[in-house]
Write a new protein. Structure first.
Length: 35
């Protein structure tokens, strides 16, 4: 049971990291368009 919880937490962290990266990319692209 502990193993499943551990992997779920790890997966959630990876998704959050991916979200941050995509948000940064969108922000950069938006700034490029505004210029």
């Amino acid at each position: 049971m502990w193993g499943v919880q551990f992997w779920n937490n790890l997966f959630e962290r990876l998704i959050k990291i991916q979200d941050k990266k995509t948000m940064q990319v969108r922000l950069i692209m938006h700034i490029e368009r505004v210029k």
